[in-house]
Design a protein around this ligand. Structure first.
Ligand SMILES: [Mg+2]
Length: 207
């Protein structure tokens, strides 16, 4: 019997993915992007890329050698370890293309991220070729699972999860989830904006 199961997203929750994507963008497009400039979760909008260029860029940033180099988010491992100590299970749920499974598993192990499972969820309805041989589950399938808490950085995914799951959503404050209407104002009492992992750990010590 576990205390409960906690859903944790990888990109920009466990790892500093946007920082890595900005680095790749600078290498490929010769323009430096500050994290604060990424005001839309849609990188086509934030980086000013056409749909074709965005598709190429998404393929480029999902290469294993890029994903492997993503730096962990400060405090994530410690907060997860504290939950595991209290009897919780950690379910890592990512919207990455399922083809990234091997590098994602390796990253979680190498960075010492306490977790019990890794699930690929179709969060963003990626283009077909990014999702070839898809082993990703649908939102509908996920909604049949039970969670005590969700940790996400995407405002849109947070909204959807808050409406299909019976669990509070901790939204990690990032430049791309601050535009109005803010999800925590729309779904009061279901979505909670959190400054960082320390804030999440303190607010939800026993979710
Ligand atoms: Mg994310």
């Amino acid at each position: 019997m576990t205390a409960g199961c906690i859903y944790v997203d990888i990109d920009d929750c466990l790892g500093q993915t946007a920082r890595m994507f900005a680095k790749v963008f600078e290498q490929e497009h010769g323009r430096r992007v500050d994290l604060e400039e990424i005001e839309s979760f849609d990188l086509g909008v934030s980086l000013g890329l056409s749909p074709e260029s965005l598709d190429d860029f998404m393929k480029s940033v999902h290469r294993p050698e890029v994903l492997a180099e993503i730096q962990p988010m400060t405090g994530a491992v410690e907060t997860l370890a504290a939950w595991v100590d209290r009897g919780y299970e950690v379910a890592v749920v990512t919207g990455r293309p399922p083809g990234t499974e091997e590098v994602s598993r390796q990253w979680l192990t190498e960075r010492g991220v306490p977790h019990h499972s890794l699930t690929f969820l179709d969060k963003y309805s990626w283009s077909e070729d990014l999702f070839s041989g898809s082993r990703a589950i649908s939102m509908e399938e996920l909604s049949r699972r039970s969670f005590s808490l969700v940790v996400e950085d995407s405002a849109e995914v947070a909204r959807r999860l808050a409406s299909v799951l019976d669990a509070p959503v901790a939204l990690l404050d990032r430049p791309w989830n601050r535009s109005s209407p803010r999800p925590e104002d729309e779904l009061k009492g279901r979505i909670f904006r959190c400054r960082d992992w320390q804030d999440i750990g303190e607010r939800f010590s026993r979710p």
